[in-house]
Design a protein. Sequence first.
Length: 349
Amino acid sequence: MRLGINLGYWGLGMDADNTAVAQEADRLGYSVCWAAEAYGSDAATVLAYVAAKTERIDVGSAIFQIPARTPTMTAMTAATLDTLSGGRFRLGLGVSGPQVSEGWYGVKFDKPLARTREYVEIIRKAMSRERLVHEGANWTLPLPGGPGKPIKLTVHPVREHIPLYIAAIGPKNLEQTGEIADGWLGIFFSPEHAALSLDPLRSGRAKTGQTLDEGFDLCPTVTIAVGDDIKAGVDSQRSYAALYIGGMGSKEKNFYNQLARRMGYEQAADEIQEKYLARDYEGAAAAVPHDLIDATSLVGDTARIADRMQAYADAGVTTLTLAPAGFTLEERVRALRTGVEAMERAGLA
């Protein structure tokens, strides 16, 4: 099992610290550094900057939002980032959610599975550097009846194949991810509930005649809070969990809330969402079960974190991406170093 680092959203007051965190992860031998985007900073610019400030660590989008870019623009960006980084780019994609897709990008959140499949198909064609011709439900290239002609990508990436990941939560999306991607970006992943995610991924891989053990990267992001006080570590993650389970999406369509329900937290999921949507953010955070956070995070001292890392490895995780808790650079660097120490202690390094 390898380690990754997730910088989250750039521009939230920790920009300089994020650079230092990425550089420390590079020095410590972390495998990949991911950056996210929602409706603030874009991930591509951040990754180009991080790549310029590091030497060995891969840089990855977690995620590029599908409604934000045409598939050919994403292929161009991926090829450029791979070239600029010397072959260190990983392409992570996701459909975002209905509120961002329709409210920010003006793109109808409709048939996300079919849109994702077609999006990936076009990217793969473009990245092969063949002249691009595509006729689908969402995109037709070139447009018929006009001056457009088949064009091929002029930038040649360092690698012939740039790893493509998809962020997926629901069973159908997970199954498709196993079928069409090289890896999976997960969130709120618990080793004790691994089958909820891995069974659909396994089914998707089976459609291609492959297994999860044949080069497919299982890459969940987990928060890491280092310290002897378990309750304090869990409590530090409450607002983050409440945001996703309660407020990331509408009442009718919140993928994280649905995941919490599938994990057996139906009543808590209802209460978190009800309070969050009523803007009772403290109440929503308080309603997040201790066990839910503890099961989906790394909390405690080095020995306890090492035990949990072993559980993730036993569940089949191949890249464990850490999101360090804390508001200071010192806290986050400490978490990074503890991650390495715990890996060594567990015999996983």
